[in-house]
Design a protein around this ligand. Structure first.
Ligand code: AMP
Ligand code: MG
Length: 405
């Protein structure tokens, strides 16, 4: 059985190459840039005033206080450019172009209007004060965002600044989620004896959504060879198929058999992890397939441990795995050795450090118990116990770490 590290390495080495696609600017948020962004203009594009005040020749204002004649006013966006001659000033607004002759702006707070069309500068000015030279932030032709950059809110603004109404990002795989199991009924049904509601399809859909993917979700597929086969063939029409249920050693667990028959090359079936040991991953041409266990917590965790990194790598992310921090363990923790344990836990920011407390639940079926977790406490396969106060490794889920609760 592969260790988590080996299984993940094998998986990431086999993720298809990201493919660029062009989207409207607003759809680029949270995605990865497929090309470098080169400035199409200088920034600022003209000599610009940084403040509201008076544009002057700095040699007229080397000492306080001086009185200058006001010969005009320039608002932001004005194209008028009155010449500033010795002894003169032009009133100017933040963001307006500094007129010829002027080389500094005195802020309005450091001036006083005097009778007649005049202003008194109350403090001395040096050349260039409160003026941004053309191109002082960015020069046309300069690369402002590198290829591979994650597009956050600030990057969206940078793209807008340089006129990118459309942006080349890496495409997201089209995903199909296929729940399997004779016992599954839909969410709007009342289960009869022996049945349960299909929750995994919704959980996995939500996890995909969190990654920016809009997954197609199938109705539960019965545990028969022909139906599982049919669903696999249907799933293979998308880029990524996620099965849940039917991947273990049960008599009616047909997913591994079907995938082998469909010619999938399987990277691993079973990994030395807890929860989620039966997890399966493979590839056929440019298509990836995962078989996640049916137990709701196992399905959730294996998505985070395997599907998420694969999808994010496919979408061009440099660090595709969950964020990792070191935290102080609040209570003793124990486990049976043998498999790397990703234990549901609650991590808080305690002002100067992270603290983590494992959550005790009824096991890998207990999603209600799991749902208050915001992190996974990592216990190595050969660790049998950890003591309160020890620093431990924690993987952060994306429902957020709060301050001490
Ligand atoms: P399996 O992996 O098919 O052996 O299923 C393991 C456990 O997970 C069983 O108790 C199933 O009833 C349950 N299970 C399987 N699929 C789902 C699902 N889509 N939603 C909720 N529970 C499920
Ligand atoms: Mg099953």
């Amino acid at each position: 059985m592969l260790s988590y590290e080996k299984a993940l390495e094998e998986l990431l080495a086999n993720v298809p190459t990201p493919t660029p696609t062009r989207v409207p600017l607003q759809e680029a948020l949270g995605r990865v840039l497929a090309v470098p962004i080169v400035a199409d203009l200088d920034l600022p594009p003209f000599k610009k005033s940084f403040v509201d005040g008076f544009a002057v020749r700095s040699q007229d204002a080397t000492r306080a206080s001086v009185k200058l004649e006001v010969v005009g006013i320039i608002a932001a966006g004005d194209s008028s450019q009155p010449q500033v001659k010795p002894g003169q000033a032009v009133q100017i607004m933040t963001g307006a172009a500094v007129p010829p002759g002027a080389d500094a702006v005195q802020m309005v707070e450091k001036t006083r209007r005097v009778t007649g069309a005049a202003v008194e500068l109350l403090e001395a000015l040096s050349p260039g004060e409160n003026v941004s030279a053309q191109g002082s932030e960015v020069k046309a032709g300069q690369t402002v965002l590198d290829q591979g950059r994650l597009i956050g809110a600030a990057e969206v603004g940078v793209l807008a600044t340089f006129g990118r109404a459309e942006v080349e990002i890496y495409a997201a795989p089209r995903v199909t989620v296929i729940p399997t199991g004779d016992e599954l009924v839909e969410v709007d049904q009342t289960p009869e004896f022996g049945q349960i509601r299909n929750s995994n399809a919704y959980t996995l859909w939500a996890q995909c959504r969190r990654l920016g993917l809009d997954a197609t979700v199938f109705h539960p597929v019965p545990d028969t060879l022909p139906r599982v086969r049919e669903s696999a063939r249907e799933g293979l029409k998308s880029d990524l198929t996620i099965f849940t249920g039917g991947v273990s050693m049960g008599e009616y667990d047909y997913v591994p058999q079907v995938l082998a028959e469909e010619g999938l090359s399987i990277f691993f079936h079973k990994a030395a992890i807890k929860p989620g040991k039966p997890v399966l991953a493979g590839r056929k041409n440019g298509h990836m397939i995962f078989g996640l266990p049916g137990n709701p917590v196992s399905a959730f965790v294996t998505f985070e441990l395997f599907v998420r990194p694969a999808v994010r790598r496919w979408m061009g992310f440099k660090s595709p795995s969950l964020a990792r921090v070191s935290a102080e363990l609040m209570v003793d923790a124990r486990q049976k050795p043998g498999r790397k344990f990703f234990k549901q836990a609650r991590t808080v920011w305690a002002g100067d450090r992270f603290k983590v407390r494992p959550i005790e639940t009824q096991g890998s079926a207990d999603l209600a118990g799991f749902s208050s977790a915001n992190s996974l406490l990592v216990l190595e396969a050969d660790t049998t116990h950890l003591e309160a106060g020890q620093q431990v490794e924690v993987l952060l889920l994306d429902n957020g770490v709060k301050s001490d609760e």
